[in-house]
Design a protein around this ligand. Structure first.
Ligand SMILES: Cc1cn([C@@H]2O[C@H](COP(=O)(O)OP(=O)(O)OP(=O)(O)O)[C@@H](O)[C@H]2O)c(=O)[nH]c1=O
Length: 632
């Protein structure tokens, strides 16, 4: 559960924590944030004397840690995260900065200095919003620090050494851990306890609120900042300049949401924080400012109420191939686009404005053009095109969801109402209609291609020589795997009518010969031999009886020590997050989404062990398990 609405803002973003500190991971996990951990390689060797104040050193180190990870992910891993979080904790006493002790003597030196005195713990935090423009990494840095004062009791030498021998001080700034044994050394704490532990959660949430819900100009002028920030609606995703509406004043928020980047107008300074660009100078205590009437708006609810309009605007623009036209010829005026796609001028103009308001297009005096993200994800030949999935959502999921009420009442899929056909007949369509088949394959390919790298790198799979992707469809994951693991050969196993249509989706380039396609039905036919079996987006779709057949077969063919990689959305233990997965469940397939412990239980039931789960931050998570030796 995400209590804080601003943390919810990060749900759809690829968030990376650039820190090896288990404490930071725990603090952020505990509040429901989903993120990937990529420890920074930045060496903490900045010249301390060059900083006017100790906290400046912590902030700069945090920033460099995060930037190193952002750059490395962009360049080496070709995965540009949306947000990278870096942090650095230092202890200061008598104007000296204490970091982690290098050995026991060093720990003793530090603890002796802290003994019986008050000291400060500073954590510097950097939040980096990243984007890729013309393959160059662009970053917007927001940073801040938090100070907490801690006083140690008078401690005996014996106690200090006993504490040092416990091993606890070694990986901790100042040589102590307040959250564990070190807590016994502490007489009082003034300020945020979690800041001492390594991450100032409260200040972090406030910072996100500043970034994602900047105060409107109106509020800045009238200094009403005492309420909780309202959540964006689709209206305040618009780029409008109007002074008359609270929504249209949130220009910065619109840029943040549409591109994942911070707008310079949106970011402002507070007492102990800064951002690279500054416009509105507002003190921290006023940061949550929205006028009283705006605060009362149930913004989240309004956003959900408008969600269907926004989805449909996206679907229709995709269906009309507006993004494709604009990629080739933009910027274009509404009249020219209407002419190209054969639609009414007034209708097209409204649609284009809606898309611009939603951040999918940019509107200038020259006309409309695609944003970078639209070029990448929404054009049909974009690098990570989701076009196929958008069309599938419009043609297949939308009619199903318009019958959601009946689906909930009856507890069944609504194919008969949505398409006037029973599920079996629809299945026949799938077999016989080339168009339906290709639309479905394009949709599957969209998601597989977008998630392939994260799934393939979620675990080190370099020890495997052969893999078999069961239901691997167009081979998007298989191709990614052989790029990453050049010694791997992958067999894509899928139904004959799928295999017959894969040629359109094949990439050119290195290692493609290592991917082969074999047709068959994984419920009935023999499975090809492999060291690693893969089930990506398969298990959630089938009822328990079918899963039983499939996993029994995989388990039987999988040799001890060989492995099974499952790619699915892994639900949290409450089974309410991520919402994408629970909303998907409403399609009422006979299958279901599962939590981490449910996947573990399921896989163990079929003779797999060492079940490891990696939440990737992408649209699919990864679960790896190893086939057990048969019990003697
Ligand atoms: C005072 C105090 C510190 N810490 C830990 O000290 C490390 C500081 O080092 P860092 O350089 O900021 O971080 P790191 O651990 O090296 O990780 P990274 O972010 O990868 O540099 C962090 O772990 C903190 O939790 C505690 O766990 N408890 C405490 O009471």
């Amino acid at each position: 559960m995400v209590l804080n609405p601003v943390l919810g803002k990060l749900v759809s973003k690829r968030v990376v924590l650039a820190s090896a500190s288990p404490r930071r991971q725990e603090i952020l996990t505990n509040v429901g944030l989903r993120f990937e951990v990529v420890p920074s390689w930045f060496k903490e060797t900045l010249e301390k004397s060059s900083f006017a104040a100790p906290y400046e050193y912590a902030v700069e180190t945090a920033k460099q840690k995060a930037l190193e990870v952002a750059n490395r992910m962009h360049v080496k891993h070709l995965r540009t995260p949306d947000v990278v979080i870096g942090a650095d904790t230092i202890v200061t006493v008598d104007e000296q900065i204490l970091e982690k002790p290098v050995d026991k003597q060093d720990a003793y030196r530090m603890l002796s200095r802290l003994n019986g005195k008050e000291h400060s713990v500073f954590t510097g935090v950097a939040i980096i919003h990243c984007s890729s423009k013309d393959n160059q990494l662009e970053t917007e840095v927001t940073d801040f620090y938090e100070e907490t004062k801690v006083k140690f009791s008078d401690l005996s030498e014996e106690l200090l050494w006993e504490y040092i021998h416990s091993g606890e001080p070694m990986d901790k700034a100042g040589g102590y851990g307040i959250q564990a044994l070190g807590g016994m050394l502490v007489e009082y704490v003034h300020g945020d306890f979690l800041n001492v532990v390594g991450f100032p959660l409260n200040h972090f949430c406030k910072k996100l609120a500043e970034l994602y819900y900047p105060p409107s100009k109106h509020n800045v002028q009238h200094k009403k900042y005492d309420s909780i920030p309202s959540v964006d609606t689709f209206e305040n995703l618009s780029d409008g300049e109007s002074e008359s509406s609270n929504f249209t004043e949130h220009k910065g928020a619109s840029k943040l949401d549409s591109s994942g980047m911070c707008s310079s107008e949106a970011i402002y300074n507070s007492e102990n924080s800064s951002s690279v660009t500054t416009a509105l100078m507002v003190p921290l205590e006023n940061q949550n400012g929205v006028s009283e009437s705006a605060a009362k708006l149930p913004s989240k609810i309004l956003e959900l109420m408008d969600g269907f309009r926004a989805s449909k605007a996206l679907f229709v623009a995709s269906k009309l191939k507006i993004f494709d036209h604009l990629k080739d010829k933009g910027p274009l005026k509404a009249v020219d686009i209407a002419d190209e796609v054969g639609t009414s001028v007034c209708g097209t103009e409204r649609l284009l404005d809606a898309c611009a308001g939603l951040g999918l297009l940019e509107k200038t005096t020259q006309g409309y053009s695609n944003t970078d993200s639209t070029n990448t994800y929404l054009t049909s030949d974009g690098e990570y095109s989701l076009h196929g999935y958008v069309i599938h959502s419009n043609d297949h999921l939308w009619p199903l969801f318009t019958n959601l009420e009946s689906a909930v009442k009856e507890g069944t899929r609504q194919n008969h109402r949505a398409f006037g056909k029973k599920a079996e007949d629809l299945f026949k369509d799938y077999y016989h209609s080339q168009e339906v088949k290709q639309r479905f394959m394009a949709a599957m390919h969209s998601i597989a291609h977008l998630t392939a790298r994260d799934v393939a790198t979620a675990f080190d799979l370099s020890r495997f020589r052969s893999a078999c992707d069961l239901g691997g469809c167009t081979g998007a994951l298989a191709h990614e795997l052989v790029q990453i693991y050049p010694n791997l050969k992958v067999t894509v196993f899928d139904l004959p009518e799928v295999i017959a249509n894969t040629s359109y989706f094949q990439p050119s380039g290195q290692h493609t010969a290592q991917v082969t396609f074999v047709s068959g039905d994984f419920f009935k036919d023999n499975l090809p031999e492999a060291d690693l079996y893969i089930l990506s987006r398969v298990l959630h779709d089938w009822p328990d009886e079918k899963i039983h057949v499939l996993l029994s077969k995989v388990s039987a063919v999988c040799k001890p020590g060989s492995a099974l990689l499952v790619a699915e959305i892994v639900l949290d233990e409450q089974k309410t997050h991520p919402p994408r997965a629970v909303l998907q469940s409403l399609s009422m397939t006979e299958g279901k989404q599962r939590s981490g412990s449910e996947y573990k239980q399921l896989l163990e039931k079929y003779g797999f062990t060492n079940v490891q789960i990696k939440i990737t931050g992408n649209l699919l998570d990864a679960v790896l398990c190893i086939k057990k030796n048969p019990s003697p």
